[in-house]
Write a protein that binds this ligand. Structure first.
Ligand code: G6P
Length: 588
């Protein structure tokens, strides 16, 4: 996955591009680069490293010109090198391209281009696009037409932006299976992979559809389909505000987003009643019901399934999105697939949706990014309304998913009006007060090689989420599992001082989890209890307020998120941009 930002304006754009680049850096942070047109020349500055490093090395912000584009890379084809960083220019350096996605047929294309005399400077799949556009532009002499002709030759996924040296007044773009959004400002027009990139300048957006090609100038937008026919689309206003994408006084986005949760658990519950009812009806009437998602969203899906089974008496299969195609025996006309995704762009989730549709199933989704591919391709959508999430590790989107999933289950049960949200918000605020205690735990356990997280019943997915958060941010090996599974293997790994987090709310499973805690203690583990009720078996106890059982995972997630965050900081990692991970993974 990569981040794209382009701008055609009346004023110099380098500063605007750099600002946008920093906001889409969550999409990839291997390499960065910028291209602008100034004085009739196309200039490119780029290299391997974080945006700040490339800015330090090349001073991208000093580039002149009122038309330009910039890119943050997450390598797929070709290693992390200066030459492989985007933008990529054509042989005569008259055309430059930035790209997010994968060009599947780049090898035959490159071979054919080489035979025609094109010389390649990188190992990327992207570079073929620059060479093809150069050829087509020579033939057709028109930016939009040549971009259209070029994308017709591409197979795979792409969102691209293209600059033409002799046309400093325009930029073109195209998309297929990767997001590309037009931002319509005053005297400036943008192309970007995320609204966040230009939200400080305009909130008027046009979401491009697959197979659309666009040409922007500072005050116009022209969209055509692959058949070359004009597409008419008016800009929409997005609800996100600039303040949502600043770090405020927090050291990291992740910490800011964790602290936003007293508010976001409430905003997530603000849903259109008709849409909610339609979603619930679909779930209720489904011939077979699947829930699919990846990563953290998968854990929210597991929680949703629990209540659907236990309370609504509905059977649902929860399948990791990347595996859905292997579980299609009961998928057909009349089936419903519920997809959960923060970004709405995860490739595995989109593949699962494709599979669902192929079998005639309906897709209902719970998504944060309005206008994302998943949101647009679903038969019904409920948005998380928790604002943009920049930190790579999902935090507030997880708790918002739990709120929305609960609303759906409540609606399935015929309970129309959500209650207890004010109390939930207060409880989350209370839970956040454990930060000092969590920091103490971090001081004690920061050098431990392993962590375990266990729970029972409805809380089991919370244990898995706690382990995932810790792995993602601290790089410590962590496992989360039902406490009942401990005796089937994992106990062999428990040694003196091994930290084991037991998530154990009061209620029917409390006593059984306490027995597991005793077993762990007897084998030398340092048991860390997260509960609304203390017990002497815990070496450390983190109190979370008592809430309705359906909301318990939300308050329990708070200390787990803080643990992962502070562990990351203590181990000198970057919690916002953990190694080897991307915010949304748009490759399979
Ligand atoms: C990536 C992220 C995870 C996220 C998962 C699913 O792996 O690093 O934090 O949970 O994708 O993302 P989605 O946007 O579909 O919820």
């Amino acid at each position: 996955m990569c981040g794209i930002i382009g701008c055609v304006a009346e004023e110099p754009v380098a500063g605007i591009l750099l600002e946008g680049l920093r906001r889409v850096e969550y999409r990839g942070y291997d390499s960065a680069g910028m291209a602008t047109i100034s004085g009739g020349r196309l200039g490119v500055k780029k290299g391997a490293g974080r945006v700040s490093e490339i800015e330090g090395r090349h001073r991208m912000s000093s580039m002149l010109g009122s038309t330009g584009m910039a890119h943050t890379r997450w390598a797929t084809h070709g290693g992390v090198t200066d030459a492989n960083a985007h933008p990529h220019a054509s042989c005569r350096e008259t055309v430059a391209v930035i790209h997010n996605g994968i060009i599947e047929n780049y090898i035959p294309l490159r071979k054919a281009l080489r035979a025609k005399g094109h010389r390649f400077k990188s190992e990327t799949d992207t570079e073929v696009i620059a060479h093809i556009v150069e050829d087509e532009y020579k033939r057709l002499g028109d930016p939009l037409k040549s971009t259209l002709a070029a994308v017709k030759k591409l197979k795979g996924q792409y969102a691209i932006a293209v600059l033409f040296q002799d046309r400093p007044d325009v930029m073109t773009g195209a998309r297929k299976d990767a997001p590309l959004i037009v931002g319509v400002g005053k005297g400036m027009t943008f192309l970007a992979s995320d609204v966040l990139a230009f939200i400080g300048y305009t909130d008027r957006t046009i979401f491009l559809d697959n197979y659309e090609v666009v040409e922007i100038t500072k005050d116009s937008v022209r969209i055509v389909g692959l058949d070359g026919k004009k597409v008419k689309r008016e800009p929409n206003q997005v609800a996100w505000e600039l303040s949502d994408v600043s770090k405020s006084d927090y050291a990291h986005y992740t910490l800011k987003e964790i602290n936003e949760q007293p508010r976001t658990v409430v905003s997530a519950a603000v849903q259109d009643q008709e849409k909610l009812e339609e979603f619930a009806q679909a779930v209720r009437k489904a011939k077979s019901l699947y829930i699919t998602a990846s990563g953290t969203s998968y854990h929210a899906g597991l929680l949703m399934k629990f209540r659907l089974n236990k309370e609504a008496k509905l059977r649902a299969d929860v399948v990791v999105a990347g595996e859905l195609k292997e579980h299609t025996e009961f998928l057909g006309k009349g089936s419903v697939v519920v997809a959960l995704s923060q970004s709405g762009e995860t490739a595995d989730v989109m593949e699962a949706v494709k599979e669902a549709k192929k079998h005639g199933a309906k897709v209902y989704s719970i998504v944060n990014a309005a206008g994302s591919t998943l949101a647009r391709e679903s038969d019904g959508v409920l948005l998380l309304n928790c604002g943009p999430e920049v930190g790579v590790a999902a935090t507030k989107s997880f708790t918002a998913q739990v709120v929305v999933a609960n609303l759906v289950v409540d609606a399935v049960l015929g309970r129309k009006h959500p209650n207890g949200l004010a109390e939930l918000s207060d409880a989350v605020a209370q839970a956040l007060k454990c930060e000092g205690q969590v920091q103490e735990l971090v001081r004690q356990y920061r050098d431990r090689p392993d962590f375990y997280f266990v729970a029972r019943g409805y809380e089991s997915p919370v244990a898995m989420e706690g382990a995932l958060k810790l792995k993602e941010l601290s790089y410590i090996h962590a496992e989360g599992m039902p406490a009942s599974e401990l005796k089937h293997g994992t106990l062999a790994l428990i040694e003196k001082g091994t930290p084991v987090v037991v998530i154990n709310p009061s209620g029917p499973i409390h006593a059984e989890s306490l027995s597991n805690a005793e077993e762990l203690k007897a084998r030398g583990a340092d048991v860390i209890g997260i509960s609304d009720e203390n017990d002497e078996v815990y070496r450390h106890y983190i109190h979370v307020p008592r809430v309705q059982p359906k909301f318990a995972p939300i308050v329990e997630a708070i200390p787990l998120q803080l643990l992962a965050y502070h562990m990351s900081v203590a181990r000198r990692n970057d919690p916002d941009y953990p190694r080897n991970l991307a915010k949304s993974v748009t490759v399979k």
